[in-house]
Design a protein around this ligand. Structure first.
Ligand SMILES: [Zn+2]
Length: 408
C-alpha cells in the first residue's frame, strides 16, 4: 500500500494553466507529473502507476500475439544510420558527439538497430517468421512546439518489428495486428472512439500504412470518416482540391473529426533488409530478402490521451484498471490507523491496490483528503472516522453511487 504520510505529495489547489490541453494541467495539479523542461516530464509515484498499467496492458497483448520482448539500446551508431541514408534525412534525430571522433544518435525509432540485430539470428526459412518488440524511451529533437497534445522530445514507446518470408505472411500478420491493437485500446477504455485510419505508406511501397486515431477535441490531426462505411482517412489521403472520396466505397459523404494518434503500423517491405543485406535461404537454398513490418504504440502519449478523454473540468476519472489505486482509505484519527491498515491488508489479499491517506500530523482536513481522492481519479473511497466506527464499520463510496456502511 502507498501511505501518504511517507509521500511528499503536494497537490495543487487550483489548476496550473500551462498549455491548451486540460490533461497536462490536471496531471500537474494531481502531482502525477512534473515538468523538467519544455516537453520533457518526470513521473511521480502515482503518475508512474498509471503509466506502468498502460505499459503492462500493451506488454500482455504483444506477448499474447506471440512477439518476444527485448530491450535495445537508446544510443545508436552513426554507422547504422548512415547505412540507411537517414543520418542526414531524419530532421528530428538527436546527434551526440562522443569523447572520440565518433557520433551517436539518440534513437527516435529502432529500424537501424533491430535489422542488423535480427541478422544475427536469421539464416534460413526455418528462422522465420518472428517478431520482437520493446518498450523504451525514445527521443525526438523537435524544433518547434505545436499546440494540442504535443510531440515530446522524450517519450515512452512500444515498438514491434516483424520479419517474414514473403509478402503474404506480412499481410496476414499486419491484419492480425490491427485486431491486437484494437484489443489494447479496448482494455484502455478508448476503443469506441479510436479509428483505424488510412495513411500513405513510404515511397518504397504502394501499400497504405495505418494510424490509430482517438477522437479528441484538442487532437492535432483531422481525420475524414466515410458516412457510408466508416472508413477513416488521414488528411494526406484526401484530395483536398477535389473533395473527399472514400477509398473503400467511393462515397463522398463524410465527416471531419479532430483526433490524436495513439499508434501506427507500417509495412516496411524490404527498405531496411535491403540496407543491411538481411536475407535468408529458402527451401532450395536460394537467397531471398526478408520482408519487414513495424508497429508502434505511444505509451506516454496514451497516458495523456486517456487523461484528456476521461477528464472533466475538475479531475480525471481514470478507468478503474488504470487508476493509480483501486481504493483510497481516508483515516481521520491516529488511533484508527491500525484499523485502517487492517482493511488495506484485507483488500490487498483480494489483489486490490490501496492508497492509505494517513496524513495525521500534517493536519490535513477531511475536505482536502476527499478532494485529493477525486483528483487522483480513484473510484472507491473508504472513510474511517469515529462516526463510522460508532456504527462498527467504515463508509464505502463508489464513484457515482450512494455511500454505504460496511460492518467491520
Ligand atoms: Zn466508404
Amino acid at each position: 500500500m502507498i501511505k501518504l504520510s511517507n509521500f511528499p505529495i503536494k497537490t495543487l489547489k487550483s489548476r496550473p494553466v500551462v498549455s491548451d490541453n486540460l490533461s497536462t494541467s490536471l496531471l500537474l495539479q494531481a502531482w502525477f507529473i512534473r515538468q523538467e523542461m519544455a516537453w520533457v516530464y518526470i513521473y511521480t509515484t502515482l503518475g508512474l502507476k498509471v503509466l506502468r498499467k498502460i505499459e503492462n496492458i500493451v506488454r500482455e497483448e504483444m506477448d499474447n500475439a506471440g512477439a518476444n520482448e527485448v530491450l535495445m539500446s537508446s544510443l545508436g551508431s552513426k554507422l547504422h544510420w548512415d547505412q540507411t541514408g537517414r543520418w542526414d534525412v531524419v530532421d528530428v534525430l538527436f546527434k551526440l558527439p562522443a569523447s572520440t571522433w565518433k557520433e551517436y544518435a539518440l534513437n527516435p525509432t529502432h529500424e537501424e538497430i533491430v535489422t542488423p540485430f535480427a541478422g544475427e539470428f536469421i539464416q534460413s526459412y526455418k528462422d522465420l517468421d518472428f517478431a520482437v518488440y520493446q518498450i523504451q524511451t525514445k527521443f525526438r529533437n523537435e524544433k518547434r512546439a505545436k499546440s494540442g497534445l504535443l510531440r515530446w522530445r522524450e517519450f515512452l514507446m512500444k515498438d514491434l518489428y516483424s520479419f517474414h518470408r514473403d509478402e503474404a505472411s506480412l499481410d496476414a500478420y499486419y491484419e492480425n495486428m490491427k485486431k491486437v491493437y484494437m484489443k489494447v485500446f479496448d482494455r484502455l477504455g478508448i476503443w469506441k472512439d479510436t479509428y483505424i485510419t488510412l495513411a500513405w505508406g513510404w515511397d518504397f511501397t504502394d501499400k497504405y500504412s495505418h494510424e490509430f486515431q482517438t477522437l479528441l477535441d484538442i487532437g492535432e490531426d483531422d481525420i475524414y470518416i466515410c458516412d457510408e462505411c466508416n472508413t477513416s482517412h488521414n488528411e494526406e489521403i484526401v484530395d483536398l482540391e477535389n473533395g473527399f472520396e472514400c477509398t473503400n466505397c467511393n462515397s463522398k459523404n463524410h465527416r471531419v473529426e479532430k483526433a490524436s494518434e495513439v499508434g501506427n503500423i507500417f509495412p516496411l517491405m524490404t527498405k531496411f533488409s535491403d540496407a543491411f543485406w538481411l536475407k535468408y535461404a529458402d527451401e532450395n537454398w536460394k537467397e531471398k530478402q526478408v520482408i519487414m513490418g513495424c508497429y508502434g504504440i505511444g505509451i506516454s502519449r496514451l497516458m495523456w490521451v486517456i487523461a484528456e478523454y476521461y477528464a472533466n473540468e475538475k479531475w480525471i476519472s481514470w478507468p478503474e484498471n488504470l487508476a493509480p489505486a483501486d481504493y483510497y482509505i481516508i483515516v481521520m484519527w491516529e488511533e484508527n490507523i491500525e484499523k485502517a491498515e487492517e482493511i488495506a491488508k484485507k483488500l490487498e489479499l483480494e489483489w486490490k491496490s490501496v492508497i492509505l491517506d494517513d496524513r495525521i500530523w500534517k493536519k490535513i482536513g477531511f475536505g482536502q483528503k476527499a478532494w485529493d481522492c477525486e483528483l487522483f481519479g480513484i473510484a472507491n473511497r473508504i472513510v474511517l472516522s469515529p462516526k463510522t466506527l460508532e456504527q462498527w464499520g467504515y463508509e464505502l463510496t463508489k464513484r457515482g453511487e450512494e455511500s454505504t456502511i460496511i460492518k467491520l
